[in-house]
Design a protein around this ligand. Sequence first.
Ligand code: HEM
Length: 453
Amino acid sequence: MAQPIREIPSSHHFALLELVDDTLEFKQGWKKFFDSRHAKYNSTVFRTRIAIPAITILDVRGFQPLFDETLVKKHYGFGPAIPRHDMVGNIVPTVFENDERHTSQKAFVLELIHRETSRLIPVLTATLQPYLQKWATAQAPFDWGADADAILSNTLFDWLLGAHPAASDVALWIANVLSPVPWDLPVFHASEAALAARDRILHAIQAAPKFQAAASLAFEMAGLGKDETAKQILFYLCFNAWAGLQGAWLSLMGELSLNPDVQARIAAEAQSSAPNGFDFSAVSFADIARMPTLRGAVSEAMRLHGPVPFAYGEAIQDFVIHSTTGDYAVRQGEMLMGVFLMAGRDPYVFSEPDRFDPGRYSDPTAVQGLLWANGPGDAAPAPTNKMCAGRDVVNLILQLLALGVVSNWEWKLQEKPTWSDVKMIQANAPEQKLVVTSFRHRTIVRAGAGGAS
Ligand code: HEM
């Protein structure tokens, strides 16, 4: 039987009051804000005005229209987070495109990733190995985060292009890419230093051994010239990839630090994948396929501490949101805002949602409900959807980084990691620096064996 259509609840009928009320309350704590609105309206769908007016969606079921290109379109910017036009080189990054331009550019980036996937394991293992040696011989305490930035930047640029821009330039670009105001105005120019970092990265991309092949592919598939191809790749690798992975890797290592039992299970899975002893430098896709705890741990870090807080989309026709708390009518032109970190804690999909439980993905409902890549976890990124083009690469990079450390080493942190439920943008990484106070060879217990080896 069809349910009655509920009116979408909101706190005020006056826009200014709503803006002040919602923005102030949200700043006092994102988790409390969304939980209290959910309880007050008995609804996972309600109107908010946190910088911009939006129909806010908290549950996995209600999120679905945000993944449907026939129902919503993208704008330039992630809601109120607008990239400065000069920092992106006055192009429109693929993630903000719609229709044919989106389809052809997405097809290009997916093909580029596909062509280079086999290089990812050798590039990442070669990049990580010297750091493992460095940590093993380092004078503790040392900060993992400082090295993580360089490991990620070197891995990403080397993998796709054979390029090696300075990690400090990538960090400077990221720190300056977003406009200080939530409007799409090309008047807030970046500093000379940030623009110089942009130019050095663009130069490294264009001079890289694999750039010509990438540029030919971009021209063939999406009609992009060399200049725009380099700028699109800059955005893919620095914004989509590096900025997302930076927090994700720290969160994953933070969660593993808190869960030594999960570490032990991953180490045992690694040993059982190789009867003659596990060698990280020779790891293969097939080995990782035999490590469900490793894959589950990465999924749990992305579910609980996903790097992208919101999904935005403007309704391009009237439709109905079907959520766990009812059905709601949306009108053409209204903005939808899905909250990934709340959908990741949807109790209808994830039992004991706050628990880090890598085993939960033996249930297909949990796999399907994992939305961090902007689509259902059992779907695949495609030219005609808006799902993260790098979804599989993200999983592989995080799995390899964790495996490289956990398979052979155990460590202690100075402070227990915690995650902010106040500041949403910072909630993707632990609040503390990951300062390592001890890093030494792990005592391996083989799966199914009684003793250590
Ligand atoms: C932890 C890391 C990452 C996270 C959390 C992440 C998440 C996301 C999300 C949520 C979107 C949709 C954004 C929106 O529509 O507003 C997206 C899109 C995209 N991501 Fe990722 N991403 C990550 C890493 C990567 C990597 C490694 C690549 C490429 C190598 C990549 C390439 C893209 C591209 C090209 C899009 C645009 C897709 C489209 O327009 O259809 N991302 N990503």
